[in-house]
Design a protein around this ligand. Structure first.
Ligand SMILES: NC(=O)c1ccc[n+]([C@@H]2O[C@H](COP(=O)([O-])OP(=O)(O)OC[C@H]3O[C@@H](n4cnc5c(N)ncnc54)[C@H](OP(=O)(O)O)[C@@H]3O)[C@@H](O)[C@H]2O)c1
Length: 434
């Protein structure tokens, strides 16, 4: 669309949602930061769509509230979507773009499920679609991937993109709490939702990983194409074993092209052993951090608050200024993702080192049998440590060289069949950052 705004005419901003993030955005827009100097035009909030008109919203003029989202978006230059979820956010955004409005959204779930449709609509309508707040709250990471590093070649993007699970794993590591107790504490302190599924099962991190992978590797990968494991089965024993070997367990999101075929991007989220010396090992509590490796810039790390009303509002306002400036200039950001030749690699093809802990019979020849299983699946062992043992059995902590994740899984499946030598559960983790 790229309509040029008339001299001194305000840029009409319609806001959808006024909850945790939206209430901060609204307060900042209405009474805090004067953004007009950065834009060269005043901003005018034309209305704020909510579900419940009668909710108390301190600092927000009730006259701005409406339940008529459709009329609001039909008459806007920029729509800020902070409702969340798929519908009605998707339909409202498509409608707004068809009417020529640019979009600022914090909605990772929507972008991870319907990104291609939304990017195509933005392009067809000549408008902007910005979403810095959708990944890692306040941390600028979308813009660096989309703009600052666009002249470079990204080699790998990995990070901690979910504060709830980072808080829980931190508590388990530092206080020896069980998963259930650490989750309870997170809920008590407001770090976890009453229904924590999206966080603890890794869905939220997978949605963010799909956006990071799509931007980093100029493709379009959906949230459900991300290989995903949550943290519900991580035990304090696993954490202690990791520590013994010089690692900490983090829920890591990782995206990188396969060496064997760089058109295939491996994208996964899973509890991962990270060396204590790696910068990601020192990201604590609700913080997020994203580590980017690129051909020319080298290794970069972005860290800070990954959620919360005020931090996320900061990212929303940054986007708002950018899209408003673009409206004033009559331009929009060209597409930075394409649906071309790159695609998500199959889950089994992801390459990573692995850690496997298993309890085995303490008798001659056992180690050779275990080693032969890995060898048969082309998994090369890097280290073997004997952990706590009693008279009849021993715990083996095995790490592998970088291997196909599918081959590691196949090895573990075969080890489980060796019931005469392998006793009980086998624990498996990816190991990253050596
Ligand atoms: N919370 C965070 O820390 C955080 C961080 C990064 C990104 N995000 C993203 O930001 C977005 C908003 O999250 P949030 O935590 O602010 O959500 P929230 O607290 O649940 O707020 C949602 C808001 O949307 C309104 N709403 C819901 N359905 C609506 C409908 N059909 N029509 C109009 N308004 C409707 C609600 O109205 P009522 O107030 O009347 O109920 C509420 O004001 C999500 O996409 C989320 O993933 C959040």
């Amino acid at each position: 669309m790229d309509d040029v705004i008339a001299v001194n005419a305000p840029i009409r901003v319609a806001q959808l949602g006024c909850g945790t993030v939206g209430s901060h955005v609204a307060r900042l827009l209405l009474s805090g930061t004067d953004l007009s100097a950065h834009i060269g035009h005043p901003l005018q909030v034309t209305g704020i769509a909510v579900r419940h008109l009668d909710k108390a919203r301190p600092g927000i003029d009730p006259a701005l509230l409406t339940t008529d989202s459709e009329s609001l978006v039909d008459d806007a230059d920029v729509v800020v979507e902070v409702i969340g979820g798929i519908e009605p956010a998707r339909t409202l955004i498509l409608r707004a773009m068809a009417h020529g409005a640019s979009i600022v959204t914090a909605n990772k779930a929507l972008l991870a499920a319907h990104g291609p449709e939304l990017y195509a609509s933005a392009e067809a309508n000549g408008v902007d679609l910005y979403f810095e707040a959708a990944v890692a709250g306040a941390i600028p990471i979308i813009r660096p991937l989309r703009e600052s590093l666009v002249g470079d070649e990204i080699l790998c993007v990995k990070g901690i993109v979910n504060g709830t699970t980072n808080f829980i794993l931190d508590e388990m590591t530092n206080s020896g709490m069980s998963f259930a107790d650490a989750l309870g504490l997170a809920q008590e302190l407001g770090f976890a939702e009453p229904d924590p599924t999206a966080d603890v099962e890794g869905f939220d991190a997978a949605a963010k990983a799909s956006l990071l992978a799509s931007l980093g590797f100029r493709t379009q990968i959906l949230g459900d194409e991300v290989s995903r494991d949550g943290i519900t089965s991580v035990t304090t024993d696993d954490i202690e074993a990791a520590n013994r070997l010089g690692y900490v367990i983090k829920l890591l999101a990782c995206a990188k092209p396969l060496d064997a075929d760089p058109t295939q991007i491996s994208v996964w989220v899973r509890p991962t052993m990270v060396p204590l010396s790696h910068p990601l090992a020192n990201v604590h509590g609700g913080n997020n951090a994203i580590f980017v490796e690129s051909r020319n810039a080298g290794r970069l790390m972005f860290m800070g608050p990954g959620a919360g009303g005020a931090p996320t509002a900061s990212a929303v306002l940054g986007d708002l200024v950018t899209v408003a400036r673009n409206r004033v200039a009559g331009v929009h950001l060209p597409p930075t993702m394409d649906s071309g030749s790159r695609r998500a690699a199959s889950h089994g093809d992801a390459m990573t080192s692995a850690y496997i802990a298993l309890t085995v019979a303490d008798s001659p020849g056992v180690l050779a049998r275990i080693a032969s299983v890995f060898a048969a699946h082309q998994v090369s062992i890097s280290t073997v440590h004997q952990g706590p043992s009693d008279a009849r059995s021993a715990v083996l902590d095995i790490t592998t060289h970088c291997s196909r994740w599918g081959d590691v899984q196949d090895s573990v499946a075969e080890l489980k069949t060796l019931t005469d030598v392998v006793h009980g559960d086998i624990r498996v983790y990816a190991v990253e950052g050596n």
